[in-house]
Design a protein around this ligand. Structure first.
Ligand code: SF4
Ligand code: SF4
Length: 737
């Protein structure tokens, strides 16, 4: 009676729990969610915030820049306001006073934008709930950073994965160029990928993705997004090269002439005598220094950043290195021209930047180091071939020679599909070569990455299905049953649990239930292919057979307990036999635990996700016991109890087991066979059940049955099952004709 009341209450609570998720704060206007602390973190030099603009909204951030000239549009606006208020044009003195006051206080320049992932992309976390992360984007298209304002993720909490870890991951994307493809896995832009947030990798993936996607959207909306084709110059990736490797790779190209050599090249008809014919006339190298793989290698990280910071958006940087008699810098760089197709641009000292010393490994002996800015306005295309033309005007030789440059393919990046189609990247395939990796979406890539694991899991599930379908054959031989079961549980623990990290948890069930009832969508769950497959299989097995298929065969922590118990028997560890009356009452405990968790979720108490720690899965399975001492001690105690009592945690404490037992009540088939003699007078199966799921009456409680099939081994054993022995003897007594 009490049990039934508890179970029905539980159902009600689960339903209400699914509906509960009132998150009203992020629906407040954007400006009211941005406090001075957020502004200071993302834009330390901010002085003023503008009004929210556009749909989705973003807030312009203004900072002081004394060097900037007064923008005529600001003055024009001021003039209109003046006209409206004063009903006359401002005088020249008043205009000058306004300009002076603007200059005095420093002109407020737009330095970036603030916006939220919530309004911009409506991105969702693993829980299926939206999150509110305020993102800062600089006007040069680089990420200023992000601040989490509201986030409700199951595995992000002080006692699970602290939010600071997630923030640390997001911070590594600071400076990422949103105009470029941001590699979320390797964390281009300084990011280090998601592995730093072990235990909450899906939340890490989804939130980072939300930040980058929102930033891209706002960049387009503000009109600051680069208007690029499918390909662009990869300035961010870095390949570490020494000088000879850089030259062989094509990052820089060079030529070398002796006095005699340059004469032959430029004035072959001259037969004049030249002095020092073997002396080096020039050794000269050039290349595009804007990509980190070239510039950072040549100047070192610190100075490369400095040089690049002097470029305006869309500018390119050229490095020219030389030695010898010929000085290409002479006449304020007028000796050098850039040639591309039918265009030719002459450099002047305006394009020259102050170069720093070479810091490349195996440094060449090139003393003339120069950096030239290629202004965006020139219309130079860094992806196309180009040449540098050097004019020579010496006493003994006149003319010009060229260095021809072709960008290494690796420095061309862009849409992965287009890159492969153009032959700029080898085509990568996934899923045993059946699918092109570049065409996959986020969650599809996860499935592709785990293709072998998915195949192994399918093999395991097919085997398990065969065991259950042909359980009579499996249980007809005690040894075969023992070997198969022990082998399967070992794979469940070691591969499924410790290696593939596919431990289903109450967190998954809560998230799925909320998504189902609140219509939150399911895409986020697809990021965990193994958990997804196990969940679907478990759902079907629950409907058909009840809780036992998952708990008895597919739960890594359940397998760990069973293996530990078997070990206990092997080493003759004292066994603790719980009397059936007590066992029956203790079953209720796990439902109470589940109810407490459910109630804390419903009332929105922060304790809910700490209470989930009652599951030792994270400690014993996904974190390999590498957690703080209290968690390790707790998991250790449960495992120690498991030495003397089979599956103590499963039977009496597991909230996931409680949900499955509750839902499994409605299963269709009872596959464990029974005889009229089961329970009266025979108790053999009852004694063989390791979890006391068989009542003294002989009835099996399928909510507590783990489908281990131990009882079925007895059931088919005609040397142990009394009715079978009796039947066999009766047959033997029948006289044979
Ligand atoms: S009761 Fe819990 S720990 Fe035990 S097998 Fe089932 S889910 Fe796993
Ligand atoms: S022995 Fe039988 S009743 Fe007991 S858990 Fe195993 S299959 Fe279920």
């Amino acid at each position: 009676m009490i049990k039934n009341i508890i179970k029905n209450l539980l159902f009600l609570i689960l339903l209400i729990m699914s509906f509960s998720a009132a998150k009203a704060d992020m629906n407040d206007p954007l400006q009211s969610r941005i406090n001075p602390g957020i502004v200071a973190k993302l834009f330390p030099s901010a002085e003023l915030l503008g009004a929210p603009t556009g749909t989705p909204p973003y807030i312009p951030v203004y900072g002081t820049d004394d060097n900037v000239t007064i923008d005529e549009t600001i003055l024009a606006k001021w003039r209109i306001e003046f006209l409206q208020v004063e009903a006359r044009e401002p005088s020249a003195e008043e205009t000058n006073a306004k300009i002076a006051s603007l200059k005095k206080t420093g002109f407020k320049k737009e330095i970036g934008f603030l916006f939220s992932t919530y309004e911009t992309t409506k991105a969702k976390g693993y829980s299926g709930d939206h999150f509110d992360i305020i993102v800062g984007l600089k006007t040069d298209g680089r990420l200023a950073g992000s601040v989490i304002v509201e986030l409700h993720e199951p595995m992000i909490c002080p006692t699970c994965v602290p939010q600071t870890k997630l923030t640390a991951l997001h911070d590594t994307f600071k400076g990422a160029n949103i105009n470029r493809r941001v590699n979320l896995n390797s964390g281009t832009g300084g990011g280090r990928g998601y592995d730093g947030v072990t235990g909450a990798t899906i939340s890490a993936t989804l939130t980072t993705n939300g930040i980058i996607t929102a930033a891209k959207k706002i960049l387009r909306q503000t009109g600051l997004g680069a208007n690029e084709g499918p390909f662009y110059l990869d300035v961010d990736s870095f390949l570490d090269y020494n000088w000879s490797e850089l030259v062989n790779w094509g990052g820089v190209v060079g030529k070398s002439f002796t006095n005699e050599g340059i004469l032959k090249e430029l004035n072959p008809e001259t037969e004049d005598y030249i002095r020092n014919p073997d002396r080096n006339f020039t050794t000269i190298y050039a290349g595009l220094a804007s990509p980190a793989s070239v510039g950072k290698n040549i100047f070192g990280g610190k100075w490369y950043s400095y040089h690049v910071s002097q470029l305006a958006t869309g500018d390119n940087l050229l490095v020219v290195l030389g030695s010898g008699l010929y000085s290409w810098k002479k006449n304020d760089y007028k000796r050098v021209s850039l040639v591309q197709k039918d265009k030719k641009w002459k450099f002047t000292k305006n394009e020259a930047l102050k170069a720093t010393a070479l810091r490349i490994k195996e440094k060449p002996n090139l003393s003339q180091v120069g950096l030239l800015r290629i202004p965006k306005e020139w219309g130079f295309d860094p992806l196309e071939k180009w040449s540098l033309e050097f004019s020579v005007n010496e006493k003994f030789v006149n003319g010009s020679f060229r260095l021809n440059y072709e960008l290494p393919k690796q420095l061309i990046t862009g849409d992965p599909v287009a890159l492969e189609d153009a032959g700029l990247r080898p085509i990568k395939t996934a899923f045993l070569g059946l699918i092109r990796e570049s065409k996959l979406s986020g969650w599809q890539s996860e499935w592709a990455k785990q293709d072998y694991s998915i195949i192994i899991l399918f093999i395991l599930l097919i085997l398990l299905t065969l065991f259950l379908v042909f359980q009579k054959r499996l249980t007809s031989n005690k040894n075969i049953h023992n070997y198969i079961r022990f082998g399967f549980l070992t794979i469940t623990l070691t591969w499924l649990g410790w290696i593939a990290q596919a431990q289903l948890s109450i967190v998954n069930i809560i998230s799925y239930a909320q998504a189902l009832v609140q219509g939150k969508g399911y895409t986020q769950f697809l990021f965990e292919p193994l958990i997804c497959i196990i969940f679907i299989y478990t759902l079907f097995s629950l409907i058909l057979l009840g809780r036992g298929v998952f708990c008895g065969w597919l739960c890594p922590f359940g397998a760990l307990q069973e293996i530990v118990y078997k070990f206990g028997r092997l080493v003759k560890f004292p066994e603790l036999n719980i009397p059936f009356w007590l066992n029956e009452r203790l079953w209720v405990l796990k439902y109470i635990i589940l109810m407490v968790i459910a109630v804390t979720i419903i009332i929105g108490n922060d304790w809910s996700y700490s209470l989930i720690e009652i599951e030792p899965f994270k400690t014993a399975i996904t974190s390999y016991f590498d957690r703080s001492l209290p968690y390790v001690i707790y998991a250790g105690i449960l495992i120690f109890i498991g030495l003397s009592t089979e599956r103590f945690f499963c039977r009496f404490m597991c909230p996931l087991g409680a949900v499955l037992a509750f839902l499994g009540r409605f299963h269709i088939f009872d596959m464990i066979p029974r005889r009229p003699e089961c329970g009266n007078p025979c108790h053999l199966c009852e004694k063989s059940c390791p979890v006391q799921a068989i009542a003294p009456s002989g009835k099996i409680n399928m909510n507590e049955c783990f489908q281990c099939l131990d009882c079925e081994v007895e059931y088919y054993d005609d040397s142990r099952c009394p009715p079978l022995i009796f039947e066999k003897k009766a047959i033997q007594k029948i006289p044979q004709n």
